[in-house]
Design a protein around this ligand. Structure first.
Ligand code: ATR
Length: 282
């Protein structure tokens, strides 16, 4: 770092578990960008002051994580169309004092799915398990790929119905289905995505549905990246499905942020290596 270094960061509460600094600093090193990225613990009562701080100090960019993704929108100058539809911001770009909010979670997920498991989503039948915050961005981004259908199932029906209503629209591919109807829907699906927390460490033997419901050759995708291969993915692999884990979504949401900030292609492979190395406690 020197007197030209451009500063970036991530804010959240809690924040100490985040892998974003190691991943983004590797991206800066790899591309020769004179940038530095750090993690900041910001409690909700300090959010406004923190955003004022990045204006005052001239940070070029900021990632925003739980619990600030919705509240932060109040303090920005402009919200990108996708972030507005999703109702949450995870990336801020500081354009000469104008703070613009984006959401790279959903598009990061879709880029990862296409590069790592299924290059063509047009015409595909997709089932999404869960209707929480993570599902929202993903359903929005999936719907833009012109799939034949995106069926949302959730343990609590009302949330699936509301999500489908807010992102669906008449004649579009998005709809809600009952949890009881999942078996049939999964049997016909080309891609089944788990956005629920079921199977996350320490409950590594739990699975949201029976993986045997998937048809052989379908893609099983899980947003969870701890563990890297969940019980849902293990079961689907035994059924000759292609599997797609959650690490890619994390890497590509960061890749989009890097690209918005710097205008350079993100060094995705190096970013992934860095995160993987940190898991194995290099
Ligand atoms: P996130 O922002 O990570 O999506 P969230 O908004 O709390 O987190 O959503 C968690 C999702 O996991 C929800 O869809 C939740 O279902 P409910 O809406 O019924 O709560 C789902 N989920 C959590 N535990 C579950 C379980 N044991 N079985 C099925 N779904 C579960």
């Amino acid at each position: 770092m020197d007197n030209q270094t451009v500063v970036y960061g991530v804010i959240g509460d809690p924040i100490r578990h985040t892998k974003s600094p190691i991943m983004l600093n590797r991206a800066f090193r790899e591309t020769g960008v004179n940038g530095a990225y750090a993690a900041f613990h910001v409690t909700p009562d300090r959010l406004e002051a923190a955003i004022g701080g990045i204006r005052a100090l001239g940070f070029r960019g900021l990632n925003v994580t739980i619990p600030h993704k919705v509240a932060v929108m109040t303090w920005l100058d402009e919200i990108d169309e996708g972030a507005r539809a999703i109702g949450a911001v995870n990336t801020i770009v500081n354009e000469n004092g104008r703070l613009i909010g984006y959401n790279t979670d959903g598009i990061g997920y879709v880029r990862s799915l296409k590069e790592e498991a299924e290059p063509e989503l047009a015409g595909r039948r997709i089932v999404v398990l869960g209707a929480g915050g993570a599902a929202r961005g993903i359903v929005w981004a999936l719907a833009r790929e012109l799939p034949a259908s995106v069926k949302i199932a959730n343990r609590t029906w009302d949330k699936a119905r509301d999500l489908a209503a807010s992102l669906g629209g008449d004649g579009g591919p998005v709809s809600a289905i009952r949890w009881e109807d999942l078996r049939d829907a999964c049997g016909e699906a080309d891609v089944v995505v788990n956005t629920t927390s079921v199977g996350m460490s320490p409950n590594v033997d739990d699975t949201p549905i029976d993986p045997a419901w998937l048809k052989p050759g379908a893609v099983a995708s899980d947003l969870i990246y701890n563990p890297l291969v969940t019980a849902f993915l293990r079961g689907a692999r035994e059924r000759d499905c292609r599997i797609h884990g959650g690490l890619g979504m994390f890497v590509y949401q960061g890749a989009y942020a890097f690209e918005y900030w710097t205008g350079l292609p993100a060094p995705v492979a190096a970013m992934r290596d860095e995160v993987l190395a940190s898991f194995s406690g290099k």
